[in-house]
Design a protein around this ligand. Structure first.
Ligand code: ADP
Ligand code: NA
Length: 340
């Protein structure tokens, strides 16, 4: 009964990579055809770990430029950055009082990012999933395209929405919103590659925060950097198998074949039918050619747009205005429901 609306975000932490592209942004581009979409640069999320103030704004512009370079139309969709719409933080406070500490303590991303010194992690890092719930729910969004790593956070968003609807059921009804104020947002985890792994270690996901630049292909990389990184990518001594079951127990081979398939919009089985029996150096050469062919037009457009700060800032300003209008109305309703 809720109108279909998409929300998703990417952190302005630099190093936008192939995993973000194949796991999230390709899907964003596709969804704009059939949904009302908000695509957000989540800079409030970025500061859950230390950021250089001189770089944060440039990183925000880079992500916005990447959205547009990848094919997101900023007229058709709302493209903005989170810090410009105060209602995200305002709703997060209300949702903090709905979410339970135990729910957040169970989040695996917090455990991974906080590492051994959990007592010293920021409160924001622990609270990250509540802010993410607020990002989605402030627009009463129904669908959220994300990579596989965000699945647990999306489940938490649903739990928070559900608990708000239950805790305030009477007031929601009294204020004329019927049975439920928030929809339970559905994850759309179905991009061309929902989990791209590190090029250096097939057991870790490709990530902006990996210390090794060789672990990921950045959308800002030029053809030489892409070639070097793919050629250095970890593999195993065997030739490529001709069928998918031959990839079992070979995470690095699995990952490279997955990237090839996603970039060429082919099935893995089809890729292996072509390259089965080939050694990695042959396959890597083909992957370099493919990656350069697909990514270099995006990189060039990203560079062109990033250089035009006035244009990107204008897109973000316009997007924030449109987002604020939706967010303000929903926040007013939440205030009535809570009793403010
Ligand atoms: P990162 O996890 O690299 O810091 P973000 O948290 O900003 O990036 O994630 C932006 C989007 O990219 C999210 O939808 C996330 O699920 C997706 N994503 C991030 N890393 C990967 C990956 N290695 N494979 C597929 N999708 C990913
Ligand atoms: Na992430």
């Amino acid at each position: 009964s809720f109108p279909r609306r998409v929300f998703s975000g990417v952190q302005s932490t630099g190093n936008l990579h192939l995993g973000n592209y194949l796991g999230a942004i390709v899907k964003f581009v596709e969804l704009q055809q059939s949904f009302d979409c908000l695509y957000c640069v989540v800079d409030l999320h970025a500061i859950t770990v230390p950021q250089d103030p001189l770089k944060l704004k440039a990183n925000t512009r880079e992500i916005a430029a990447a959205f547009i370079a990848c094919g997101i139309d900023p007229k058709k969709n709302i493209v903005f950055n989170q810090s410009q719409v105060a209602e995200h933080a305002e709703l997060a406070w209300v949702l903090n009082c709905v979410a339970r500490i135990g729910w957040l303590n169970r989040m695996t991303q917090f455990k991974d990012k906080a590492g051994k010194d959990r007592e010293n992690a920021s409160m924001g890092l622990l609270d990250y999933p509540v802010l993410m719930a607020a990002d989605i729910l402030i627009y009463r969004a129904t669908h959220v395209p994300v990579g596989d790593d965000q699945k647990q956070h999306l489940e938490l968003s649903r739990d928070i929405a559900q608990k708000f609807n239950n805790d305030f059921a009477e007031s929601i009804l009294r204020n004329g919103f019927g049975e439920a104020f928030f929809p339970l947002p559905e994850p759309l985890i179905s991009g061309p590659a929902t989990r791209v792994m590190s090029l250096r270690d097939g057991s870790k996901k490709m990530s902006k925060s990996d210390a090794s630049d060789y672990s990921r292909i950045n959308l800002a990389d030029d053809a030489d950097q892409i070639a070097t990184k793919i050629k250095k990518a970890k593999t195993d001594p065997d030739a490529l198998p001709s069928e998918e079951k031959g990839l079992e127990g070979r995470p690095e081979a699995q990952n490279l074949v997955g990237i090839f398939a996603a970039l060429s919009q082919r099935a893995k089985a089809d890729v292996l039918a072509e390259f089965g029996g080939a050694n990695f150096s042959t396959f890597k050469n083909a992957l370099v050619d493919l990656a350069v062919e697909k990514l270099s037009p995006i990189t060039a457009e990203m560079r062109r747009l990033s250089a035009d700060e006035a244009y990107v800032d204008g897109v973000l300003r316009d997007g924030a205005e449109r987002a604020r209008e939706l967010a303000r109305a929903n926040m007013d309703a939440v205030k009535d429901i809570v009793g403010f």
